[in-house]
Structures are given as C-alpha cells and as structure tokens.
Design a protein around this ligand. Structure first.
Ligand SMILES: *Cc1c(COP(=O)(O)O)cnc(C)c1O
Length: 377
C-alpha cells in the first residue's frame, strides 16, 4: 500500500520514531531503576501496544475503562487512579488493577475495605509546587482538587497504605527544574515516604525531548529512591508518543479574506482538540519559514476560529495537495469526536519494515451509533 492511496484524513504512527522514544525510556530505567507505566489518557491506541510492551512496565489510568483497557491489552502492572470513584467503579476496577490510588483521604476511608488484600493501596498527594505552562493544566493551581494538600494530611494514613502518587509536571523539558521539585518533595514529605514501599512521580517529565539530560534525571531518581527506600514510578504519556505521528489531510479549498486560508478535510475541534483548548498552533511538515506564500491552515468545521496554524510555503498550495500535521498522537486520538459529522480519520502504523498496517477506520454507522442506538417508540 502506498501512502498516496490512503484516504485522508488519517493518522500515521511511525514505529521507528516510537522505538526511538522507547529506547530513551529504556535507558532511563537502566540508569535509575524507575518503573514506567504508560498514561493511557494520553494515548490508548492499543493496536500498537505490542511495540511498546517490551519497553514499559504497564499502564496507569484516569478512569475505569482505561483500567480495563490496560489490563486487557497491555498487561504488566495496571495502576488505577481516578479523581473520583463511585463504589461501583471501585468494585469493578479492583479486580483488574495491582495498585489503587485514591485522590482523597475521604475516598480512601470509604473504599479501602474493598481494596485491601486485592491491590496495593495508594493516595495522591499534592506537593503544592509544579511545573506547567498553562494554568488549566497546572495540578497545583489555586483551589486544586487534585490530591491531598500537605496541611490536610493525617500522618496515621501512612501506616495503612503502601504508596503515594504526585503528579505536578506538564511537558517539563528542564531537568534541573524537575530535580528542584524532587528536592522539595523530599524535604516536605520525606518522613512519610520513608514509611512506604512505592512512590509515583506522575507524568509530564519530557525526557525524550532532544537534548534532555537523561543521565542526570536517572541519577537524581536513583538517589531519591535510595534515600527513601521506595520503588519509584513515572507515568509518562506525551514523552513516549511525542513526534511519532502525523495527521495527514488534504487541501479541499483555498479562500481569501485579507489572508489566504487553505481549508483541509479535518478540524481541530473534532480531530486535534488540544490545538484549540491550549491555543497551541500545529506544525506542518511541508511548511518553510522562509517561504513567500502564507496561509491559514483552516479546518472544515463550522467553528469560526477553528484553524490548525498559520504557515508559510515555498510554493502556492494547491487544491488536492496533502499536508502532514506533525506530532499528532498524544491527547488527540483519545479525544476524537464526531462534531459536524466530519469523516473520522483512519489510523495506520508504518512499521519499521516500511509496511503500512491499518489499525482503525470509521464510517457513517459509527457516527450514527454514537448518537442514539434506539429511537423513542
Ligand atoms: C496526565 C497525567 C499523566 C501523563 O502526563 P503526560 O504529560 O502525558 O506525561 C500521568 N499521571 C497523571 C496522574 C496524569 O494526570
């Protein structure tokens, strides 16, 4: 199958690029002894889990169905966390997870009897410090509901749980900033951690970013785990899947209103939602900063401000031309929706051999089914 025969829009996950990231993860594990569990909320395309499994230790989750998915399709360790469990969630999830991490001491007290003897109990703590570019994604933001604040901890709780989870980073590319947070946690929570078996430091550590000092991170993690006598975990999402996947689209029209807009057969609101939520423009593989021809890369949704980016090109864009919207794996395929009844992108994997394999495709029946299954009688 040739790329040009594939119908757009589609995602193309590149196995070689994925393995590049996974090799860095492997090196980090070797240096530090840390265990790595994939954060499924970032990326859950289980069709490629056979590529990832040999490198990571398992999965972590943000909701009940992610636990089941990790258990069924990934295996290894299955960590279960949720900001708010119902009793039914706990009963379902406890059969499939190794670790159950509660977000509050309330939930821990209410449900611990359902977990004891079945999974290792953990509690999320909020260290009150963080590294995040945007307030929306900052776990230590004012009035944060994520984890127990230091001042609210009942120290007796540490005699009845085995681990804690901190998650306080978002795309942190600065190893020294992370080590600063680690020192902070050690100073403020160290005497509690000494009583535990495991500590998860959450996700958001961007150790696959070009130039990231993996050695330095690994050594700091090793020191921390030795100091407190705990097995450390990280919960990477974006770091595993970054720069591996293009969303491939076709230019279907070009309109002009002071600026030229190339309209493509996809939309950020439906297919690349974080472009919109975080106001972070996408990058186009074919673009050229020095190019003389500037276009808004516009979505085919009806939302007035829905665009992928503004980009320059060496030559004028043509109707029918394909564009590759880069770095479109993390927090995209997990957020696809049917807004406007647009065609849903297919998902492919380009294997290291060059072969292209289809992982998913959608049609009208999927759209219809997502809206109602039965009509009123
Ligand atoms: C979002 C999240 C992660 C993954 O974050 P990345 O930035 O994708 O690495 C890990 N753990 C928790 C608790 C999270 O909420």
């Amino acid at each position: 199958m040739q790329n040009s025969e594939l119908k757009t829009p589609y995602f193309m996950i590149d196995e070689s690029k994925l393995i590049h990231n996974l090799e860095i993860a492997k090196k980090l594990k070797e240096i530090s002894g840390v265990k790595l569990v994939l954060a499924l909320k970032c990326f859950s395309t289980w069709g490629v889990f056979d590529i990832i499994k040999p490198y990571l230790d398992g999965t972590t989750s943000s909701g009940p169905f992610e636990v089941q998915l990790g258990y069924e399709t990934f295996g290894g360790e299955t960590h279960a966390y949720s900001v708010g469990y119902s009793e039914d969630d706990v009963k379902a999830v406890v059969e499939q997870c190794d670790k159950m991490i509660f977000n509050s001491q309330n939930q821990l007290a209410a449900y611990r009897h359902l977990v004891e003897g079945k999974a290792s109990l953990g509690l999320r703590l909020n260290p009150g410090v963080s590294y995040a570019g945007q307030d929306l994604a900052n776990p230590a933001r004012k009035f944060s509901r994520l984890g127990v604040q230091a001042g609210h901890i009942d120290p007796a709780v540490f005699d009845t749980i085995e681990g804690v989870m901190f998650h306080m980073n978002c795309e942190n590319k600065d190893v020294d900033a992370f080590i600063g947070l680690l020192d902070d946690i050690s100073a403020n929570f160290g005497e509690y951690l000494d009583r535990l078996q495991w500590v998860s430091l959450g996700g958001g550590v961007f150790f696959t970013w070009p130039g990231y000092d993996v050695e330095k991170l690994g050594c700091a993690l090793k020191l921390f785990s030795e100091k407190h006598g705990v097995q450390l975990y990280l919960e990477p999402g974006e770091a595993i899947i970054t720069q591996t996947t293009d969303l491939v689209v076709t230019v279907v029209d070009i309109v002009e209103n002071e600026m030229k807009t190339a309209i493509v057969d996809s939309a950020t609101e439906a297919h690349r939602l974080d472009t919109l939520i975080y106001d972070e423009p996408a990058s186009i593989a074919e673009a050229d900063e020095q190019g003389r021809h500037e276009y808004v890369i516009g979505s085919c949704s009806c939302l007035a401000g829905d665009q992928f980016c503004v980009a320059r090109f060496e030559k004028p864009l043509q109707q029918g031309q394909r564009l590759h919207i880069m770095d479109s794996a993390g927090y995209t395929m997990v957020k696809l929706n049917w807004f406007n009844g647009l065609r849903m992108p297919s998902v492919y994997c380009r294997r290291s051999t060059g072969d292209i394999e289809l992982l998913n495709e959608f049609d009208y029946s999927d759209f219809k089914r997502s809206l109602s299954q039965w009509s009123v009688s």
